[in-house]
Design a protein around this ligand. Structure first.
Ligand code: 76R
Length: 247
């Protein structure tokens, strides 16, 4: 049996993708729409307060294309808190205008292929990566992925040394994008349908294309990467909020 890599787990993650029933929205009264938006904004203020207190992090973004209209990425210390948050959202008047098209449950993960933390509990840099404040970048890209388990291309039957070599090469490509993109890798084995969720944040969406494309030529992705659906969007900032929902 090959040696499993050690992983560190941080906050739980929920990616929540919603479509909006715009017909129902535009047909409802201004009073009703304002009441719905007030509830959404008061939840958003609650989420921001959690983030201030280092008890989680949330971002809201609008999605381009048919896969959703708006999406949330939430991080919380426990799965129970994520469940409570999702349920609280579902009970708002605003949620009545939405359909949950897709969601993804995972947990922030750091592997030890490249660097080992001696004492992760006491290491502030590691803790900051396990319990991150989500970047406030303009654009977000999410997709789930697996490492292949097929014939000779079985990631899980490679030796630790082979996997470490490939992850090193993977990390080197990633590092070339330092300052332009932030990746958050969330592990989802045993939690959702794929093995990882990849969430990328950038201020220029073409960087998503360039990074993912370059990685396709690297063995870890070229030979072993299997990808689910890609979802891309724009962060829904305070400034965009009124305009986005205006009728
Ligand atoms: O310790 C580190 O975080 C640095 C090394 C590193 C690891 C261990 C790293 C760096 N990644 C790691 C693990 Mn990554 N990553 C992806 C994708 O589209 C594709 O082809 C793959 C999707 C992208 C775009 C990306 C970006 N990474 C992982 C894992 C877990 C693998 C395992 O355990 O088997 C996955 C699934 C994965 C996938 N990676 C980086 C990036 C970027 C931009 C970096 C550099 C980060 C930095 O140095 O700041």
């Amino acid at each position: 049996m090959s040696e499993a890599v050690n992983t560190l787990e941080g906050w739980y993650a929920l990616h929540d993708f919603r479509s909006i029933d715009w017909t129902m929205w535009t047909n409802s009264s201004e009073e009703e729409r304002n009441a719905a938006l007030d509830e959404l904004q008061s939840l958003a203020r609650e989420w921001a307060a959690r983030e201030e207190n280092k008890q989680g992090s949330s971002v809201m973004f609008t999605v381009v294309g048919h896969k959703a209209d708006i999406a949330f990425m939430h991080l919380r210390p426990t799965l129970e808190e994520l469940d409570a948050l999702e349920t609280a959202f579902n009970k708002t008047r605003f949620a009545a205008y939405t359909m949950q098209n897709y969601s993804y449950v995972s947990i922030v993960e750091l592997s030890s292929y490249i660097s080992h933390a001696e004492n992760p509990e006491e290491d502030p840099a590691i803790q900051a990566r396990l319990k991150p404040a989500l970047p406030k970048a303009k654009n977000v890209c999410f997709y789930p992925m697996n490492k292949k388990r097929e014939g000779n291309d079985n990631w899980y039957m490679l030796s630790m040394e082979e996997r470490r070599g490939m992850m090193r090469s993977h990390g080197m490509i990633g590092r070339g994008y330092a300052g332009r993109v932030t990746q958050i890798i969330t592990g989802s084995v045993g939690l959702d349908d794929w093995e990882w969720g990849v969430t990328l944040f950038a201020d220029d969406p073409v960087v998503f294309k360039k990074l993912v494309y370059e990685m396709r030529f690297d063995e870890a992705s070229a030979r072993f990467g299997e990808f689910g659906t890609f979802i891309v969007g724009n962060r829904l900032t305070e400034e965009r909020f009124a305009e986005y929902f205006s009728v």
